[in-house]
Design a binder for this molecule. Structure first.
Ligand SMILES: NC(=O)c1ccc[n+]([C@@H]2O[C@H](COP(=O)([O-])OP(=O)(O)OC[C@H]3O[C@@H](n4cnc5c(N)ncnc54)[C@H](O)[C@@H]3O)[C@@H](O)[C@H]2O)c1
Length: 218
């Protein structure tokens, strides 16, 4: 089940899965809404018979120091990035706990999990919260057969970053990291697949940096 506020983006992913021979459906989801989260979990179970894996990838990015961040912008950032992870996990966990099986993969960021960065007070705070929420869920649900891990991507070439920075800024930014380049979405996906799969059967509470060495040198 591909779930997002954006139907066009979600349908693009659904088509890619179908063309690769998989089965997929789109559901509209606003992660800030408990009811929306619950109904997508129900729809997934109705369509596919079960729910083994939850990948919490929804997120927003905005820059600003505390003085530059309005209360509304702060609340929105926490609502999508942190409360969204909480609400969708809660809806999925109700089912996973009953089945004594599940794997949740959250997405934080190198900024906010390993370190802060300038001019991103709300984003960094929300992602720090996602990392500790992950570890907290990992402890609480380990005995119930559910693993919870978090990926901290470094700067990755996605629409989020392309909206935030110009191509020149992106190139200059990429050159500041050990690998001299941005990550590719499929490199984050490969880490998510590992954490979601039984290959990671003894991995829970892990904070996996997929960042081309970015956090190795700070
Ligand atoms: N791109 C990077 O450099 C980078 C680095 C570190 C972490 N991340 C994190 O990776 C995740 C994916 O980001 P991305 O780079 O692919 O960005 P993106 O903007 O391309 O994708 C984010 C997706 O979240 C969806 N979304 C936003 N608000 C939502 C809501 N309320 N309910 C449901 N869906 C919602 C958007 O429609 C979009 O499809 C985010 O959590 C982001 O913070 C990205």
């Amino acid at each position: 089940m591909v779930a997002d506020t954006s139907e066009s983006g979600g349908m693009e992913t659904v088509e890619q899965i179908r063309q690769a021979g998989g089965r997929a459906r789109f559901a509209r989801l606003d992660v800030t809404q408990a009811e929306s989260s619950r109904s997508v979990v129900q729809a997934t179970i109705a369509e596919f018979g079960d729910l083994h894996i939850l990948f919490n990838g929804a997120g927003i990015l905005a820059y600003g120091t505390v003085l530059e961040t309005t209360e509304e912008a702060w609340a929105r950032m926490l609502a999508v990035n942190l409360t969204g992870t909480f609400l969708v996990s809660k809806a999925a966990l109700e089912h996973m706990v009953a089945k004594r099986r599940g794997s949740i993969v959250n997405v934080a960021s190198t900024t906010g999990s390993h370190d802060a960065c300038a001019h991103a007070a709300a984003y960094v705070s929300s992602k720090g919260g996602v990392t500790l929420l992950t570890r907290s869920m990992a402890i609480d649900y380990a005995k119930l057969g559910i693993r919870v891990n978090v990926i901290c991507p470094g700067p990755t070439d996605t629409p989020m970053l392309r909206k935030a920075l110009t191509p020149d800024e992106l190139e200059a930014f990429a050159r500041t990291f050990p690998m001299n380049r941005l990550g590719r979405p499929e490199e984050i996906a490969a880490a998510a697949l590992f954490l979601a799969s039984d290959d990671a059967s003894f991995v829970t509470g892990a904070v996996l940096h997929v960042d081309g060495g970015q956090t190795a040198e700070v």
